[in-house]
Structure formats: structure tokens, C-alpha cells
Design a protein around this ligand. Sequence first.
Ligand code: NAP
Length: 272
Amino acid sequence: MKVGIIGLGAMGLGMARRLDQAGFLAGVYNRTAAKMAEFTVIHYNQPAALAAEMEVILLCVSADKDVLDVVAAIASTIKPNTIVIDTSTVSSETAKQAAAQLAKKQAKFLDAPVSGGVEGAKNGTLSMMVGGDADVLETVRPILASIATRIIHIGETGTGQATKAINQIMCAGINQAVTEALAVAEAQNLPMDKVIDVISGGASGNWFLQHRGATMTQGSFAAGFKLALHHKDLKIAQALAAKTLTPTPLTNMTLIDYQQLMANGFGDEVSA
Ligand code: NAP
């Protein structure tokens, strides 16, 4: 199957490299063309041009409007039975809208957001939560296995994104707990490398501490998951919870902190 990818950002680039190494990648599109330079497959200058020639299209763009814009563009040229897999983190409503638009062209859609950070994308060890037709997932599972080690079908369209919102709520709490704890540790003049090392192997060990603890305490917030993107995800999670009147005090508090950080110019720095 000819696989194309749209979006070569922090996550898309790692996924595209993995698809390429596995021999699946046939075409790439990125809005900023320079990011396509390293790939020897076909470079497209429009999403619609890529969609006209691919059988499987992976999306990895930023937010809800971006996904809907790209889906509107590819719907103009997409062939029947093409499978579109959206790995961006957006709302369940956006997933349903995208699926409905593509269904008008007899194209299939899976919402397939991922967790595991830029390291997971680079190493092909992502966790992928999938909404949509289970048979469609089975068709593309061998392709997705090159980018994710855990691929779980959750349910109907939108349930992948709902699961990702749950993941992002947990990340908010973990980030708050880890940063608060490390600030206390620093104030105690504890040796931070040893603190992180020993705690990582205990009951409160977690991905964020292991992957970002050392760099954070050294004041480095290099490429990873942008704070502004996590803010976007928590707004989605907050709206999801509000529908069932489920309280989300941690998410609400984190949103306030992130808002303040973004207002101070830290939106592009790493939150995870
Ligand atoms: P990123 O580095 O900011 O990259 C965003 C990508 O989307 C870029 O390739 C950008 O193109 C493209 N894009 C944005 N809007 C577009 C539009 N309207 N039309 C066409 N292309 C568009 O973001 P990222 O970290 O890769 O994240 C991508 C998605 O994955 C987000 O939904 C994010 O929440 C999710 N995610 C991220 C992580 C992580 O650790 N980073 C983990 C899990 C999930 P340009 O290059 O031209 O800007």
C-alpha cells in the first residue's frame, strides 16, 4: 500500500522516518517545504496532490482546525477506499466531522492519537489509541506497527481521541506533581541526578520524570511536546469532562498555570 504522510513536525518527522525505514513511505507533504528535504520519496506541494496518489494517508498536524482544513483539502482528490489515519490530538467531534467528510468520498478514517513523546516517534515505540472501524484498523495494522508497539482499538470514531484526552489529564497531574517535587528537592540542595535516578525506579517513577527530569533541572527545555499543544489538549479534556459534569480540578489548575506561562512567552517550550 502506498503510504503518504502530511505533517513533519516533532512527531510526524519521527513517524515518517520509521515508515520510510520499513519501506512503506511513498510521499510526504509539509507546509514548510524545507522539512521534506531529507526524504527521497515524492515531495508534494499540496495535501490534495498527495491524496490523489496514496492509498493510506497519515496526518500529524497541530490542532482541530488544522486537521479539518487538511481533510477538506484531501477530500477534493482522495480515491474511494483510501484510509486516512489522524495521529494528531484533537477532539472527538473533530474526528467525527473528518470521518463524515471523507465518507462522502467513500474514504475511511481512523482517529489514532499517540502517546510516547518524540522519543516514541523516533524509536517506533508509541502507544496508539484507535477509534473507527476495527476491520480498517486490521488492514493498516502492519503499517502502524512500524511506528507504535501498542495499538489498541478502543471503539467507534472519536473514542481514540476521547482516550487521548484521558491520557492528557493524567499528564497534567503528573507534570504538576513532578515539577513541584523537584522544586522542593532543589530547595533542599539534594543531588538532583541521584534523586531522579532513585525515584525513577520506585513507586512514583514515571515517563515525565525519566525523560524530562534531568534536562529540566539543568534548565533545558529543548524540542519535545510544546506547552501550548498540551494546553490545547487540556481544553479538549475539560470540554469532554464538562459534558458529564465530571470535576477536573487538576486540569483546571494546570490550564491556569499554562495560560500564565504562555502569556510570558513559554508556549513553545517543552511541557513533556
Ligand atoms: P509541531 O512540531 O508543532 O508540528 C506540527 C506540524 O503540523 C508541522 O509539520 C506543521 O507544519 C503542521 N501543520 C500545522 N498546521 C497545519 C496546517 N493548517 N496545514 C498543514 N500543516 C500544518 O507539533 P508536534 O509536536 O509534532 O505535534 C503534532 C500533533 O501530535 C499535535 O496534535 C500534538 O498535540 C500531537 N502529539 C504531540 C506529541 C509530542 O510529544 N510532541 C506527542 C503526542 C501527540 P509546519 O512545519 O509548516 O509548521
